[in-house]
Ligand binder design. Structure first.
Ligand SMILES: Cc1cc2nc3c(=O)[nH]c(=O)nc-3n(C[C@H](O)[C@H](O)[C@H](O)COP(=O)(O)O)c2cc1C
Length: 366
């Protein structure tokens, strides 16, 4: 099946993309002391040169002491780190690319790959690392206000440096998602509550802060997931109605594009329809959406951390869904990590030249 649907242009507000392919945000931990190196810039530039429509950076953290859980994750604050990011966006633009940083705060999610511990305080809604595991104090109101402001400052810096959009990491059990999830948010103030709509308040305030910082035209993308790294089976919204109650305040706060993270994009979100998460989010909010999860690969990404290889897989199911506009954009993770040329090869029909994804690809910035 020809991949034409992937190569239609896409425009939303000031964001103009030559195709529908988005590089998924992928932590690489190649920024010593939080400063992106020239090698990091070259890694993104290679994807821009090879026709990726929109590059989302790896998660890059806002200015809170414990926003990251690995010293080699890049910061998005401080003179040196921002100078590193300026080099990244300038090189991506010189290659004709378009890019957004993914602004991140890990909250209480620790990193099993390192023994490094961030300076206190740990920021989390109720001091839980996962449901039932309380290990520290809840965030104070001051800490919450400072964190919301830190996202706004980072977004203002993204705009000043020349990035084309910003993405907020509200998925996978990190800080913003810890507020959504009742298992980790047991607050009784305005940032907690029995309903998902109430627990969306923190995310909505972050989006408002970012919107105020970037102005009306710059696109704000919000990444969300039902699943958590602490529990792959958990779901925030069990019905379309609950999903609508979750997403509506986030859109009203100023989100332009919803990035709907699944581990396998073809899995239906609710019984009785084959629409996936991005399909439902688009239907319920009317906003453009990004799908993601095992695009072009046989196996999903969590298993790949454990060493499982994935082989190139057919794009037909994805293309059918894209043709019927179930969603607007398609994020590709490991396939683009392993092969900077992935988008170009797909456009030219060179599918036999696509690579397997092997764990070894994580070891370098190829
Ligand atoms: C090495 C690696 C690092 C990742 N880091 C992030 C991250 O920083 N932020 C994020 O939202 N998702 C992250 N993810 C998830 C990816 O963005 C994507 O959702 C996932 O890999 C599924 O897409 P794929 O099957 O095409 O790889 C990461 C995935 C991988 C493989």
């Amino acid at each position: 099946m020809a991949a034409d649907a992937l190569f239609r242009p896409f425009t939303h507000k000031s964001l103009k993309l030559k195709n529908r392919i988005v590089m998924a945000p992928m932590t690489r931990s190649f920024s010593p002391g939080g400063v992106p190196t020239p090698e990091v810039a070259a890694y993104y530039r290679r994807r821009a040169e090879a026709e990726v429509g929109l590059i989302l950076s790896e998660g890059t953290v806002v200015a809170r002491p414990s926003a990251k859980n690995d010293p080699n994750v890049p910061d998005f604050h401080g003179e040196q780190a921002l100078a590193g990011w300026k080099r990244v966006i300038d090189e991506v633009h010189a290659a004709g690319g378009v890019m957004a940083p993914q602004l991140w705060h890990v909250g209480s999610a620790r990193n099993p790959m390192t023994t490094w511990v961030a300076p206190p305080p740990v920021d989390s809604p109720s001091g839980f690392s996962s449901p039932g595991k309380k290990f520290t104090e809840p965030m104070t109101e001051e800490a919450i206000a400072d964190t919301i402001a830190a996202f706004g400052r980072a977004a203002a810096d993204a705009r000043r440096l020349g990035f084309d959009a910003v993405e907020l990491h509200g998925a996978h059990g990190y800080l913003i998602d810890q507020f959504f999830w009742e298992g980790t948010n047991q607050r009784t103030d305005a940032f907690g509550g029995a309903t998902l709509a109430e627990r969306s308040r923190f995310a909505a305030e972050v989006v408002k802060s970012v919107r105020a910082a970037v102005g009306p035209e710059m696109v704000v993308i919000l990444r969300l997931s039902q699943w958590k790294q602490q529990d792959f089976k958990v779901r925030l919204a069990e019905t379309p109605k609950e999903m609508e109650a979750w997403l509506t305040p986030l859109v009203e706060a100023g989100t332009d594009i919803l990035h709907c993270s699944q581990r396998r994009f073809w899995e239906p979100e609710f019984e009785g329809s084959d629409l996936n998460f991005a399909g439902w989010a688009k239907k319920l909010t009317g906003k453009p959406t990004i799908t993601v999860g095992s695009v072009g690969l046989s196996g999903e990404f969590i298993a790949s951390f454990g060493g499982e290889s994935s082989k190139p897989a057919s794009l037909d199911n994805l293309l059918h869904r894209l043709e019927r506009d179930e969603f607007d954009l398609v994020a590709v993770g490991r396939a683009l990590l392993a092969d900077a040329q992935w988008a170009r090869k797909v456009r030219e029909g060179r599918n036999h030249e696509l690579y397997d994804f092997k764990k070894e690809a994580l070891a370098s910035l190829a």
